[in-house]
Design a protein around this ligand. Structure first.
Ligand code: AMP
Ligand code: GLY
Length: 422
């Protein structure tokens, strides 16, 4: 079988996927891709996936999955990694997800689905902080408020219900019991029946150091999480992931693709805070470089419903640091000129073990400089034998890059690297 892969998407996750597959002798085309992805020599086209041909299609982001792009491709007989619109509801509707979790007895936060502001205020008044309010539809990780302030929570609920934020995504909201504890992203590859896990990763959701500021799509990540053993992962898979896949199957949903469990390791055990139906961004940037298996074979076997092996982890560690635009997440400002990158989109002064991933860049002309074109602009990934070294490498790379208003957290993976056994 030839190894032609089409990747749908244009962000950092898709760039990371394209680099990992290209490094394993795949012939990759990304649609619509980006200038940064193309700069490294990867084919980028602006053609709908249904008009392309490949041995494997991978759909990166949630929106095309929710819109049924995997179904359209499968209807043409294509091999696709990514659930159909039925399975993608797990991310497209928090209410669908919560109902499914309850049905499968998967540990999760208590929740209330509400459609009017008075009901929201009454529910909130009966809870203890932190108060958690989510829009029901897709809001790219940004539709969530977590606050200790009851008034702020009541106002946010009313704003979301009135459609004043996140467009139509807020006509129904979910209020959740506030959980506490470290977060863990566990991403599983599913073939409809079976699920196998990648390493655990930790994502940094808040905009500012010390986990302050608004929620974002993710400001950095690292993998693997120290202290989480392979037995722990097996247990998380058995309690949170496999029952979800089984519950989907029981509803007649043949789920082939990635299932991302956002977990909170609470004092009373792990609980699922969200499911995503795709690879995480920026988790993908730190997970794929740690896989020793042939990714193409692994993805093809899942897409074909014939998964027989789990990804083989290397004993390396990865850290990625996101460089975000001024104003991100509320109102990212585009157009700033980026310095520190060569024409191939990598560091002008390359560092062994450092990769620059493009999340939101364009160029004004073919070989011209890169320009900020999204909220999350670049991710700088370091890979080394320890988290501490990987972190040092990532930040050395970050130090070479600048643009006006660049936002970077300085504490990505800091605690984990400090606590690492040497
Ligand atoms: P979500 O979009 O559901 O992943 O939520 C975004 C972030 O909000 C999560 O990564 C958590 O940091 C936080 N969060 C979500 N749900 C809860 C909860 N029930 N309790 C505490 N924090 C939460
Ligand atoms: N990093 C969080 C997400 O991909 O949703």
């Amino acid at each position: 079988m030839s190894r032609r892969v089409v990747i749908v998407g244009s962000g950092g996750r898709e760039h990371a996927l394209a680099l990992a597959l290209t490094a394993q002798a795949c012939e990759v085309t990304v649609t619509p891709g980006s200038a940064g992805i193309a700069a490294g020599g990867i084919a980028v086209v602006d053609t709908p996936s249904t008009q392309l041909d490949a041995d494997l299609f991978i759909i990166g982001p949630e929106a095309p999955l929710v819109a049924g792009e995997a179904d359209a491709l499968r209807a043409q007989g294509k091999l696709v990694l990514g659930p159909g619109a039925d399975g993608a509801q797990l991310e497209g509707s928090k209410a669908f997800m919560k109902d499914l979790l309850a049905e499968a007895s998967i540990p999760t936060a208590g929740y209330w689905t509400v459609e009017d502001p008075e009901a929201a205020a009454a529910v909130l008044a009966g809870l203890t902080p932190p108060y958690v309010i989510k829009t029901d539809g897709l809001a790219a990780g940004k539709g969530v408020l977590v606050t200790d302030d009851l008034d702020e929570a009541i106002h946010d609920a009313a704003d979301k219900l009135a459609g004043r934020s996140f467009g139509g995504a807020g006509s129904r909201i979910v209020i959740e019991e506030g959980l506490t504890g470290p977060e863990c992203s566990l991403i599983a590859l599913c073939d409809g029946h079976r699920a196998v896990a990648f390493s655990t990763a930790q994502d940094f959701k808040r905009a500012l150091d010390g986990d302050h500021g608004p929620n974002t799509g993710g400001m950095g990540a690292y993998a693997p999480m120290p202290g989480i053993t392979s037995e722990d992962v097996a247990e998380l898979m058995a309690t949170c992931v496999q029952p979800t896949l089984d519950a989907l199957r029981a509803r007649g949903i043949d789920y082939r693709g990635l299932l991302y469990a956002g977990l909170m390791l609470t004092p009373v055990g792990p609980k699922v805070i969200e499911f995503n139906v795709r690879f995480g961004d920026p988790e993908t940037q730190v997970l794929l470089p740690l896989v020793e298996s042939d990714l193409f074979d692994l993805f093809v076997s899942a897409a074909a419903g014939e998964l027989s092996a789990a990804p083989t982890p290397s004993n390396l560690a990865c850290v990625t640091v996101v460089l975000a635009a001024k104003g991100y997440p509320d109102n990212p400002i585009k157009g700033a000129l980026i310095t520190g990158l060569g024409i191939d989109g990598q560091l002008s002064d390359p560092i062994e073990g450092v990769t620059v991933i493009h999340a939101g860049t364009i160029r004004s002309e073919a070989q011209g400089p890169f320009i900020v074109n999204g909220g999350r602009v670049l991710c700088v990934t370091g890979r080394a034998t320890t988290l501490r070294e990987a972190r040092d490498l990532a930040y050395q790379g970050v130090a070479q890059i600048s643009f006006e208003g660049m936002q970077v957290r300085s504490d990505i993976a800091a605690k984990a690297a400090e606590g690492e056994q040497s």
